[in-house]
Write a protein that binds this ligand. Sequence first.
Ligand code: UDP
Length: 328
Amino acid sequence: MTTDRIMVTGGAGYIGSHVVRQLGEAGHEVIVLDNLSTGFRDAVLHGQLIEGDSGDLPHVEMLLKEHRIDAVMHFAAHIVVPESVSDPLKYYRNNTGNTRNLLEACTRAGVRRVIFSSTAAVYGVPANKECAENSPLEPINPYGRSKLMSEWMLQDLAAASELRYGILRYFNVAGADPGGRIGQSTPLATHLIKVACEAATGRRDHIDVFGTDYATPDGTCIRDYIHVDDLARAHLLALERLRNGGDSFIANCGYGHGYSVREVLDMVQQVSGTTLDIRAAPRRAGDPPALIAKAERIRALLGWKPQHNNLEFIVATALAWERQRHAQ
Ligand code: UDP
């Protein structure tokens, strides 16, 4: 098996740590670069953790050279949409500015493969519920714009150099390591499945449903929830594609079908055996009624086959993680 020396920025975070685990299991050498602002030291199950900022150009350049890094996976970012609206410069600094510096460090160190965490937020409010990779890119908040600008930088740099990239646009990532070793620990989480599992384990007294009057079958928003381990596997396949000389690409990461907020909450109640205090609340600003990935490209390009395309399993692993954290 061919292995690589990989730098993973944000590898102590939720998605990054799941990728690091799989990279380690596949025998790759992993250097995690994380400033631990939202990540956790004990989430890094493989490789070496180096505390630092992905935007610290001299430091990153030195690390890339010293560890003779073959490829960079760039997860480090801020991801809270409402915060990006109230503090946009934080997002343009941490997401866009840091990506710029990281790419310059890659250029100086001769790193020619970059895998970048992007988001369905680059599509904004789609005209129809399904987004293909060539759908209009009209992000409606600074978070989405900060990510789209990073995509553009990668494309411009690839056009001007030998660098090749894989851009993965995540839909709604949820669930946890089926082995129970890592999961989502972010404090003040806002994501539906995480929040619902917190409610099911008594950490919240109720859960709000943001909008019950959408033009969807049950009036609540529909999203394409993808298990974090399936998403992580897509990153390893992306790495393999670039290693084998494959062209740069952009691919949606989702299952291609969705669930409503009510369906998700029903599943959380069923799996947890609890009755949640579910309250109808006003719509949340900027929520598209439905957001589902056109998900053919990732299968065709990478040979990706989801293993956990099952809402019950997603919820069960998220809940198991939440219970374990609660018990600690
Ligand atoms: N949502 C909700 N209550 C919550 C959190 C989320 O009703 O406490 C809804 C939200 O309005 C959206 C869907 O759940 O329709 C998914 O939201 P989430 O924040 O998980 O992800 P997003 O799609 O915004 O990235």
